[in-house]
Design a protein around this ligand. Sequence first.
Ligand SMILES: NC(=O)C1=CN([C@@H]2O[C@H](COP(=O)(O)OP(=O)(O)OC[C@H]3O[C@@H](n4cnc5c(N)ncnc54)[C@H](O)[C@@H]3O)[C@@H](O)[C@H]2O)C=CC1
Ligand SMILES: O=C(O)[C@@H]1CCC=N1
Length: 273
Amino acid sequence: MTQIAFIGGGNMARSLIGGLLKHGAAPGDINVAEPMAAAREALTRDLGVTCHGDNKAAAAGADVVVLAVKPQVMPAIQGDLRDILQAKSPLLISIAAGVRIDQLERWFGALPIVRCMPNTPALIGAGATGLCANAAVSAAQKAKAQEVLGTAGVTRWIDDEALMDTVTALSGSGPAYFFAMVEAMEAAAVAQGLPRDAARALAAQTCLGAGRMLTEGGEDAATLRQRVTSPNGTTQAALESFAADGLPLIVANAMGAARKRGVELAASLDEPT
Ligand SMILES: NC(=O)C1=CN([C@@H]2O[C@H](COP(=O)(O)OP(=O)(O)OC[C@H]3O[C@@H](n4cnc5c(N)ncnc54)[C@H](O)[C@@H]3O)[C@@H](O)[C@H]2O)C=CC1
Ligand SMILES: O=C(O)[C@@H]1CCC=N1
């Protein structure tokens, strides 16, 4: 069985490990490196995986090493991992926002590397992950990476690595845009007089229903939007208000800011020249 090591045992690692276990991975095949003792205890108690305070101990013997630390932590873990990774040449998977494959190669040496971007719905198996591989990744390793991330939801390979920052802006950060939208919808309904619990229940179910129509119905968002919109009806009034307030531009600007931040995060980790 594939031995998988997670370096960093935070929110995303927990989500991905949960998916792996639900899809038949054995807890004994998963090692996690996590500096926080309370987080190690919680992971072992909740998921049964083996936790280590030491990155080397977790990575030793792994066929797949998943880097699940914050981007800013990446350079600091190279000293722990470089030799061990070079000795065994496992598949290295990074989930860090912004961090580029050339940086990973510089820190950890020549290795098969997959840079990917999952999202928090991975926690319930409804994640969306973009993946990008370097030339050293074999077809079998690509399949392995897809299997590991596929347990968390939908996967798509992205050939042009520069587009991974767009994937981050779309699906990596995307759940937060919808939560922000729901917060605003709830607040507006409450301002119009609806009780908070009714606003919350109706808003959440509306998002679930709309999301399921998008993923299960085979029709695109524009078609589904048009079907809700009766001529001269209430939806048309709302959509005209969105258009007048510049919704497409607001979204494009937000996604541009997210993409730019990903590029900046990576650049901040480059050595000064
Ligand atoms: N939260 C999100 O929605 C998403 C996050 N990501 C990426 O996933 C990565 C992890 O993010 P989260 O899980 O949200 O963060 P998190 O803060 O929950 O987890 C990071 C973990 O790394 C541990 N850590 C810190 N220093 C370490 C070290 N030197 N060695 C080993 N572990 C160390 C921390 O104690 C923490 O438990 C980030 O790079 C982020 O860009 C990717 C997709 C979505
Ligand atoms: O906000 C962030 O930087 C991370 C990456 C994508 C979602 N959360």
